[in-house]
Structures are given as C-alpha cells and as structure tokens.
Design a protein around this ligand. Structure first.
Ligand code: PLP
Length: 381
C-alpha cells in the first residue's frame, strides 16, 4: 500500500501515539487543583510550549481547539464585524469559505473574494483595490492550499492589510509541520491549525492569537472559562499532549525533511509524466508545499482511476467530506473545466513516505490509467 493522502490526514507519529497512550492512562482534569489535575495541567503546558516553539510564538498566544475547522470558525466569527470587509479567496477550505458566507449572510457585500490565477495563486495586488474603497475588517487567506499545495505570500497580504487597518487570519492547516513557519515573520494576527495533518491525533487543533491584537472577545463556546475564556470545556488533555509531541517531532529536522519529501514528490511527477504523457500538474510548481501534487489525467475519471488502484490511497480533486463528490471548487476557480476537475487526483506525501512507496504508486497509477482508458475505449466501441 502506498499511503499518499497526508493532506487528508497523516499517520500518527510514534512519539504522538506514545504520548496519547500515556495521557489516556493517567487521570486528571487540567482545571483541577489536586495533584493529578496539576500534573495534567503541567503536561498541557509542555505541549503548549512545544506547539509555540513550532510557530515561533509564546505559549500564551495559543488557544486549544478541536481542530482547524473550529479554529477558523472562532477566528472569523471574532474578527468579522458587520459593515467591514471580510476578504478571502475562492480557493479556501470550506471551513473558511462557509464560515465567511455564514457571518456575512446578512451583509453579503461585506464578503470579498480575491481573484485566483490559473496557477492557483491568489492575486494579492487586488487587495490594494479592495482597500482603496474600504478600510478595516479582516483578511483571511490560506498559507497553503490543501488540493494543489500552492503557497500564499502572506507577508505581502499582511502588509496590505495592516496599512488598511485590517486584521489578518491564515488557515495554516496544511503548512504546519511541513515547512518552517514563524508567525512574527508572517505578521499575522490569527493562525489556525489541526494536529492530525502533522502526525498528531485527530480532534485536536489550535488558534494562535497574536498578543495585543485588537480582537473582540467573542468565544464560540462559553461555560467554564477555559483557555482564558476563549474556549470553554474540559481540555482534551490526551489530544493536546499528542499534538505537542507531534509538533516537537515535526520541528526536528524540518528543512531536511521538506527537501526529502519534495524530491520524492518530484520523482513521482517525473514517473507519471513519463508513463502518461498528456497528464498535467495543477498549480504553480515553484511555489508549492513539498509533499503535494495535483495531477489531471484528461479523459480519465478520477474515481475510476482510484478504484482501479486500491493499493494507492490518494484523493479525488473533488474529495468531499460528505462522501458525495462535487467538482473541486479550487480547480474550477483556477479555470479547469468540470471534466478536467473530475479527472484530477491529489497525491500528498509526508514524513513516513518512502521511495519504495513512490515507485510502487507510479507503477499502479500507470496500470490503473491504462486500464480505465482501455475500458472507456471498449465502452465507446
Ligand atoms: N483547513 C484546511 C486547509 C484543511 O486542509 C482542513 C482539512 O482538510 C481543514 C481546514 C479542516 O481541518 P479539521 O477537519 O481537522 O478541522
């Protein structure tokens, strides 16, 4: 089996698994004052520090959540105030796009979608035009696209936003643990992440909130006042500790690992291009995450190709959480036809991907594509 779906979820790192296992064998509510409670709180503090080290922030700037979906909801619902622009892009993950649509439902003119090029890059020059007419609000742009891996130059976006008095949020779910990130350097106010994308457990995530950021206090969940009143509810101690361990493991040798993974991804692209001339890679190739490739196989439905290679785990460009595939809004926004979007597969690699998996996947892709092509030719007589 070649597991090439790290952008959907990464296998849990051994360090994180051990940490989760140990945490689940230990009793203690991190809010309790007795010794077991204090021990749990201490371990949460360690995890907060590990995550802060990965982001280049201080531990007090982290709010633990259930994942990036919640972090995105929390960020945008707090940062958006009706009557001000909420600027984002059509290639965002639904956790941002749907939240943006929901919060602006009564004031649709507040929602501004920046144009996207055929290479998947968001046109940041358009920010100038947006802010020539209006000031303030919030700019929310993903650091790396989950389908194509294309990166956004957040520094440029943040500069334009700052000059216009807008807050800056980034959904950094796909970049964390894959490329170095320093929140101070990026100059963002808010950043969302999810543990399971970098080898932590599913159901744990965080929102970074820059100290001093003028963010109105609008929690999604109120109750016991945990996380400085930003996120009520008993902390997911095991999930948080697992996330901390994964963050520390991902941090170690991050640059070398990114190079190794990029080389494997490039090898996969070369092998596929050689075996299947006519296949096309989507997105700006020199401004991408190291471990992602989105490949269109013109005329070959992605679901059929995937079904013909059950020992390769990858995603349709149109992968949808509900299991009912719709054409990828990302690929359509980049100008692909519906047919081409439906013929696109995303392969995503990560920390445990091996060269043998890549060679195996390339052979399987070739075999599956030729099989589907032959079946279609036969069906069409
Ligand atoms: N944002 C991006 C860019 C993602 O890729 C994902 C997951 O696929 C999410 C947000 C949502 O993450 P989660 O489901 O862990 O909340």
């Amino acid at each position: 089996m070649s597991y090439l779906d790290y952008n959907a979820t990464a296998p849990i790192r051994p360090e994180a698994l051990t940490a989760v296992f140990e945490a689940m064998q230990t009793v203690g509510n991190a809010s309790s004052m007795h010794q077991p409670g204090r021990q749990a709180a201490h371990r949460v503090d360690v995890a907060r520090r590990q995550l802060a080290d990965l982001l280049g922030c201080s531990p007090g700037e982290i709010i633990f959540t259930s994942g990036a979906t919640e972090a995105n909801n929390l960020a945008l619902r707090a940062a958006f105030t009706a009557g001000n622009p909420l600027v984002t892009s059509p290639v965002e993950h639904p956790a941002v796009l749907e939240t943006a649509r929901a919060v602006t439902a009564e004031n649709p003119e507040d929602l501004v979608l920046l144009p996207v090029g055929a290479d998947g890059l968001v046109n940041l020059d358009a920010l100038e035009q947006v802010f020539s007419a209006r000031r303030g609000g919030v700019v929310s742009l993903m650091a790396a696209n989950n389908e194509t891996g294309v990166l956004t130059d957040l520094r440029v976006a943040a500069k334009a936003a700052r000059e216009a008095g807008a807050l800056v949020h980034t959904d950094a779910t796909q970049i964390i643990g894959r490329l170095p990130v320093d929140v101070a350097e990026l100059d963002v106010d808010l950043l969302s992440l999810s543990a399971h994308k970098f080898g932590g457990p599913q159901g744990a995530g965080a929102l970074y909130v820059r100290r001093g950021s003028p963010l109105p206090h609008r929690p999604l969940l109120v109750g016991g006042g945990q996380e400085r009143g930003w996120r009520a509810g008993t902390l997911n101690v095991a999930g948080i500790i697992g996330m901390g361990a994964a963050a520390a493991a991902a941090h170690h040798g991050l640059n070398e690992e990114a190079e190794r993974i990029a080389a494997l991804r490039d090898r996969l692209e070369d092998l596929v291009a050689h075996a299947l001339p006519g296949s096309r890679i989507n997105g700006r190739r020199d401004q991408r995450l190291p471990g992602v490739t989105s490949i269109t196989f013109p005329g070959l439905p992605a679901d059929a190709v995937l079904a013909a290679m059950p020992d390769v785990a990858a995603s349709e460009g149109s992968a949808c959480a509900s299991g009912a595939p719709t054409p990828s809004h990302v690929l359509l926004a980049m100008g692909l036809s519906r047919d081409d979007a439906d013929s696109t597969i995303r392969f995503s690699l990560g920390y445990a991907t091996t060269s043998a998996e890549i060679e195996h996947a390339a052979r399987a892709i070739k075999r599956a594509a030729l099989q589907v092509r032959a079946a279609l030719a036969e069906a069409h007589g």
